[in-house]
Design a protein around this ligand. Structure first.
Ligand SMILES: *[C@@H]1O[C@H](CO)[C@@H](O)[C@H](O)[C@H]1NC(C)=O
Length: 436
C-alpha cells in the first residue's frame, strides 16, 4: 500500500504542476478590458466633444513630430494627447498590481509609473516593484536596450548594469526610467505571461491622470503584440457616450463573420514615415453624392505626412487642410441647415438645428484598398442637445499645419478592428463591443 502511494504521488504533483503552468505557457488568446478615459465622469456631450477635439489636435501635432523625429523632446502639445481608451492589466506576482494604460497603436514602449522620483498623480496606487517576486532587471547589453531594439534613447545606469530609457511623445508627455520585466496578467482571460519588458517610469509626464502609463501596440519590436509574438490583435471600442467596458484581444482570432471587410496595411513611407504606425491605403472619401479622390500620399508636401494611418490614441479623424475643406464643403452643400460658428465648436463643422436627431445626414464612406468602409451615423455625427442649444456636429477635423491623415477612434466605435500582423492586413466588422 505504501509503495503504491509513493509511486503515484510524483505523477499527481507533476499533473498539478502542468495544470498550474498551463495558462502561462500555451495561451491562445489573451483578453483585457478597455474603458474610455472619460466614461462615467459625468461629462455632457458638448464637453466630451470639446475634450476630444483638444486632445485630437494635440495628438496630431505629436504624431506629426513622431513622423519626423521619433523621440525628439516635444514642445508642441497643449493638453493631454494620449488619453482615450485604457487597457486594464495586472503586473507582478504573487498579487498582480493593477495598471490602467492608454491603448496606443501609435507607439511601442509600454510603461507604467513605478519607483517614482517625479510621478504625476494617479487615482490608484503606483506599481511597487519591490512587492513583485518576478520582477527582473534588463541589462544594458540586452538587444532591447538599443535603437534597433526600439529604444532610441537608452543608457546604462552607473549602478547595477540596468537599462535606463527616455521616451517622449512629441508633445510634453514623456517617461524616464528603467527597463524591467515582469509577469503580466490579462484579467479577462485569467492568463499570466511571464517576462514582458516594460518601462518602470520614475519621472513621467502624462496629463491624463486616469492612466498610469501607456500600452504600446505599435509595429516596433518593443510593443506588446511584438513581444507576445502575436499573429493578431484586435480591439472593439464601446461608444464614448455610453459608459461600459469592451475587450482587447491578443493572439489568434476567430472569423468576424460575413460583414467583415479587409484592407492591406500600406508600407511605411520611405521618407518621413514612422515604423510604429499602421499605414493604410485610403483612395477617397464619399460624402453623400460627392466622391473625393485622395492624392497618392507620396505627392504630399513632405512625401509622407499625408499617408493615412489608423490610430487607437486619436479620437477624431483628421485630414490635411485641403482635403478637410472639400469634405466640409460637401457636407455644407448637402445639409440644408445654418452652420454654427466654428470658433465655438473647436473647429468642428456643426449645424444649428432644433431637432438634431432627425436630420438626414449624407452618408460617409472611406474607400480603402479592397474595402469600402461605410461609417455608421453615430461614428461621425454627434447630436448635442443641451441648455446652450442644439447642434448636429460632424466629428472630423483638419490636421491644421500637420500634413496628417488619421482615422481616429470615434470613427471606430462599435467596430471590431483586427490587426492581422501575420497577413499584414486590417479586418473590420460592425459589432456590439460591450457584448464581446
Ligand atoms: C524629470 O525629467 C525632467 C525632464 O527631463 C527634468 O527636467 C527633471 O529634472 C526630472 N526630475 C527629476 C526629479 O529627476
Amino acid at each position: 500500500m505504501k509503495d503504491v502511494t509513493v509511486i503515484i504521488l510524483p505523477y499527481v504533483v507533476l499533473l498539478a504542476m502542468i495544470l498550474i503552468a498551463w495558462p502561462t505557457t500555451t495561451w491562445a488568446t489573451l483578453r483585457a478590458d478597455l474603458t474610455h478615459v472619460d466614461s462615467g465622469r459625468g461629462f455632457t456631450k458638448r464637453e466630451l466633444l470639446s475634450r476630444m477635439a483638444a486632445r485630437s489636435t494635440a495628438r496630431a501635432a505629436s504624431l506629426a513630430r513622431a513622423a519626423t523625429a521619433p523621440v525628439a523632446r516635444g514642445t508642441t502639445g497643449k493638453e493631454d494627447i494620449n488619453s482615450e481608451y485604457l487597457v486594464h492589466l495586472g503586473v507582478g506576482t504573487p498579487s498582480p498590481q493593477g495598471v490602467a494604460l492608454v491603448l496606443d497603436t501609435g507607439s511601442d514602449l509600454t510603461w507604467t509609473q513605478c519607483a517614482c522620483t517625479a510621478c504625476y498623480k494617479q487615482p490608484f496606487p503606483v506599481f511597487d516593484p519591490s512587492a513583485s517576486r518576478t520582477l527582473g532587471v534588463v541589462s544594458c547589453t540586452d538587444p532591447i536596450c538599443s535603437a534597433r531594439g526600439g529604444l532610441p534613447l537608452s543608457a546604462c545606469s552607473v549602478k547595477g548594469n540596468q537599462c535606463r530609457y527616455g521616451y517622449s511623445y512629441g508633445d510634453k508627455s514623456f517617461t524616464i526610467g528603467t527597463v524591467v520585466e515582469d509577469t503580466f496578467t490579462f484579467s479577462g482571460s485569467a492568463a499570466a505571461v511571464p517576462s514582458l519588458r516594460f518601462g518602470c517610469g520614475m519621472n513621467n509626464s502624462l496629463t491624463s491622470t486616469e492612466a498610469s502609463g501607456i500600452a504600446g501596440f505599435g509595429r516596433g519590436p518593443l510593443s506588446l503584440p511584438s513581444q507576445l509574438n502575436a499573429a493578431v490583435f484586435s480591439y472593439c471600442f464601446t461608444t464614448i457616450v455610453e459608459p461600459g467596458s469592451s475587450p482587447v484581444f491578443l493572439g489568434t482570432q476567430d472569423s468576424l463573420g460575413d460583414d467583415a471587410q479587409s484592407t492591406p496595411f500600406a508600407p511605411t513611407p520611405a521618407r518621413g514615415g514612422t515604423s510604429s504606425f499602421y499605414y493604410l491605403s485610403l483612395h477617397g472619401v464619399t460624402v453623400g453624392e460627392t466622391l473625393m479622390p485622395l492624392n497618392d500620399a507620396s505627392e504630399s508636401a513632405d512625401g509622407s505626412g499625408g499617408a493615412p494611418i489608423i490610430d487607437s490614441g486619436t479620437s477624431i479623424t483628421m485630414f490635411p487642410q485641403a482635403v478637410f475643406q472639400s469634405i466640409r464643403e460637401a457636407f455644407v452643400s448637402q445639409v440644408p441647415l445654418p452652420v454654427a460658428d466654428a470658433s465655438e465648436t473647436g473647429g468642428l463643422l456643426c449645424f444649428s438645428t432644433a431637432d438634431p436627431k432627425n436630420v438626414a445626414v449624407p452618408k460617409l464612406v472611406f474607400h480603402l484598398e479592397g474595402a469600402d468602409w461605410d461609417i455608421p451615423r453615430q461614428n461621425y455625427v454627434l447630436d448635442v442637445d443641451d441648455d446652450d442649444g442644439a447642434l448636429l456636429c460632424v466629428v472630423m477635423l483638419s490636421a491644421g499645419d500637420h500634413d496628417m491623415t488619421i482615422i481616429g477612434n470615434f470613427q471606430q466605435q462599435n467596430t471590431h478592428i483586427v490587426y492581422d500582423l501575420q497577413a499584414n492586413k486590417m479586418v473590420f466588422a460592425p459589432a456590439s463591443c460591450d457584448q464581446l
